[in-house]
Design a protein around this ligand. Sequence first.
Ligand code: URA
Length: 262
Amino acid sequence: MNPLELLKFYTEAGIDEALEETPQNRLLAVPTPPQTAPKPALNQPEPSAMPPRPKTTASLPSAVIQARELADNAKTLAELEQTVREFNGCPLKKTANKTVFCRGNPESKLMLIGEAPGANEDVEGIPFCGQSGQLLDNMLRSIGYDNSNAYITNTTFWRPPGNRKPTPEELEVCKPFVEKHIALLNPKLLVLVGGVAIADMLNTTESVGKLRLKFHDYQNQYLKKPIKVLCTFHPSYLLRSPGQKAFAWKDWLMVKRFILAD
Ligand code: URA
């Protein structure tokens, strides 16, 4: 096959990251252990029947515990941001170029949470700075909001390779930071942008269509009282289904009315 065609095929299939310097032939036979293994010396532990686990940065549950402890200790947004940047417990960090923490005004009453950084965000280190970010900005601008009075982040701080959805484990390890992020900002309204953020933050399997145009309460261990939540479509969905934009317009009008009301 023409190598360029092969590369194009890989890119379209979402394989767009080099994980190792040298290619690995995964088709090579796995060497079989010798039939007559030497007997362990007395008082030595039996060799495990399982092959040794590959060394990873951290096993996920302990990474979640570590993330929780770190989130507990972050007292300001700046501390939280530095903590997230230094954290190595999320496997996504291994393949990402940049940590994508936030953009906008930390004094804002309006906080938006999207899914995960995409390719542009991974290059720039800024959430929603690609094509779907442009649409999000247009929708925000139409109700009088931009970086000066809105604040934007994601449920994960590193790009999932090939723009796949973050796995439940990846969301879980980022969750303590996201929870503390919300508490430190303490916005009047949280807008969950797209199905992944909605499912993760509201712990629901209901569709965006069912949950939008209603106020929900969001609570976590760091908050003194619940925060009001609205749900809306992800802009990348709206780019694929422009017919839905009129519905999204209704969502953003509801956001504006709530923020402006006292
Ligand atoms: N999509 C998201 O959900 N977040 C981003 O930051 C970019 C694209």
